[in-house]
Ligand binder design. Sequence first.
Ligand code: GLA
Length: 390
Amino acid sequence: MTFSKNHSLLLLFSMAMLLLQCQGPQDANESMETKATPTLTSQSYGKTPDGQEVAEFTLRNTAGMELKVITYGGIITSWTAPDKDGKYENIVLGYDNLEQYIASNPYFGAIIGRYGNRIAKGQFSLNGENFQLETNDGPNHLHGGVKGFDKVVWNGQGETNENAAILTLTYTSADGEGGYPGTMEIAVVYKLDNDNQLIVSYQATSDKTTIVNLTQHSYFNLSGDFSQTILDHELSIDADKFLPVDETLIPTGELTDVSGTPFDFRSPKAIGKEVEAEDEQLVRGKGYDHCWALNNPGSFRKVATVVHPTSGRQLEIATDEPGIQFYGGNFLDGTLPMPGGGTYAYRTGFCLETQHYPDSPNQPDFPSVVLEPGQKYTSKTSFKFSTKTN
Ligand code: GLA
């Protein structure tokens, strides 16, 4: 009897120890979780036809947002954001592989340069010297020309800290590339922080007087379902004026008051609400494809918000740029392949490209896009995701 009593005590003691041991690793897991940090990994994404290696970087924050970027064009190929139930889904249009990006890309996710948007007839002059850029959009130059920054292979360097995963992309553009003067050194930094915010910072220098206007060309569809149009998304843009365009989408030089026009997005409005209104500017753009002159220029401030009411996803954009090009996917025409089958239909993605105004080199009254040797061009835009339910 005595023996078995001692035995039971021993058994109890051992069980208690076992329980304690089980507790140990669980605590360790918990502390690992609280100490989770953002991650950044890379892998091969194939080669360009001329043999250049392309890498794919995956940035992940501690909230669960994931961004995939390839070094070809600095393209954001996928970007997940949470809906009102916390479900993360890809919210940017893209393709399945490098071959498709090379074959025909309407600038999905890409870095745009040296000049975002159009320059009339591809012509401008600096200090009395005339320059002729490539014309690749009817009579005009668009988004850097035939081989803009969206079609070159960037050098990628990743790092992480406890608050963010950071990818730095660099590229040297040769003197005369695309017709632009000056050797240009460019760095674009994608910083994904734990608040579901991507901060895109641009830097450039040149050894000759030149022009520069960089931007990011992601096509968003916050529903996460790319077979749906973006017409139900509610957009607001903090701008009292927009830039009307001519028949070839070059700004006329005027800044027009948005009051009483379909271009008034000062209060949230569904993109589709007035897109079919009888309006000469909408006819020219085949919908919205215009630059808005943002309020409070010269400061980094929130300039646009988009809410997708059904999913509750909200995107807020802040920038130090004077303008934003709002393009409603009017050239998507059901010919480009969608991952998982089908094609991208009309108005299934929208772009909000923060930038200086189109054709600034030919418009003396627009903010200057001239970069002198010894100067540093900088620009910053943030894309912050959250949810909003009415
Ligand atoms: C920009 C332009 C549009 C179109 C798209 C890409 O937003 O303003 O006209 O070129 O890029 O198709």
